[in-house]
Write a protein that binds this ligand. Sequence first.
Ligand code: PBG
Length: 323
Amino acid sequence: MLQRPRRNRKSEVIRQMVQETHVSAANLIFPLFIVEGENQKTEVSSMPGIFRYSVDNLLREVESCMKLGLNSFDLFPNIDEALKDKYATEGHRDESLYLRAIRAVKNEFPESCVVTDVAMDPYSSDGHDGIFENGEILNDETLEVLGKMALAHAQSGADIIAPSDMMDGRVGYIRKVLDDAGYAGVSIMSYTAKYASAFYGPFRDALNSAPKFGDKKTYQMNPANQREALIEAALDEAEGADFLMVKPGLPYLDVIKLLKDNTELPIAAYNVSGEYAMIKAAVQNGWLNEQRSVTEVLASFRRAGASAILTYHAKEVLLNKWL
Ligand code: PBG
C-alpha cells in the first residue's frame, strides 16, 4: 500500500498539524434572553443552564462572557403579555425593555458586538412574525413595522440587525430605512434560509412567543427544500445583506455548504434551542459526553462553511476551555 491515511492520524501532534478547521471564540455569538425587572435570573426549563436576565443582570452576564473572550451577543426579549398587540408596537417603543437593554450593553461595553432580532413575534398578540389579517400574514404592511424596529435598534446602538421574520423584500427595505437615516454602517445578518422547524420549541418557551394559532409555514421554508435556499440567498445578497444565515443548524448542514459554495458573503449558522435541549437532555441522562458532543457539533458548522455560529453553548465551551 502506498497510501496509508492512518499515518496522518498516528499522534496528537500530527493530528493537530493536519486539522482542517478550527472553532474559536471569535466565531461564536451568544444568544441571551431578557426580562423586565431587577435582579432577575430565571432558568428556561427546557434549556438547562440558559437564563432570562433583567437588564442589570444582563450586564453582569455580558461582562463575564467578555472576560472569556466572548464578545458577540444576540438579544431576545420576553415581553409581558399585556404589552403585546396586533402591530407589535412595543417592538419600537422608545422606552421598551429591548431598546433599554441594547443601550445599556452598548453604553457599558462599547467594544462588544450586539446583534438584534427583527421580527414581530415577541411583541405580537398573535404570536406571528408578521401582521395577521383575515387569515393571512400581510407581507408589505409588515415591512413597515420591521423598518421601524430596525431603525430603533440602530438608534439604540445595535452593531448588526438580524431580520428573522422571512417576509419577502425585508432586507432591501431595512437597508434603505437604515441608509436614509444615516445608519449605513449598521450591518444586516439575514436569516436567509430559515425553516419552519420543530427545533424552535424551547426558544418559544423562553420568550412565551409561540403562535396563538396556525403555524409559520407560509413564511418559513419547507424543511424538504434545498434549492429554494438559493433563491433566498440571491435575493438577500442583491438586497444588501452582509451575512447569510441558515437556521436551524445541525439538520441543515447541507444548506450551509450549498450557500457557502454559492456566495462570497460570510455564512452564519444558528444552532437553535431544540438542538441545545437535545444535547442537554442526553447529557443529563448520562447518554452523551457533553464536551465531546458539543465540540463535535460546533466543528461540523465550521466544516460545512459557517464563519459565525449562534449557539447557546458559547459560554460553557469557553468557561470549560473546551476549544
Ligand atoms: C423569531 C425567532 C425564533 C428564533 C429566533 N428568532 C423563533 C421562531 O421563528 O419561531 C428561534 C431561535 C431558537 O430556537 O433558538 N422570529
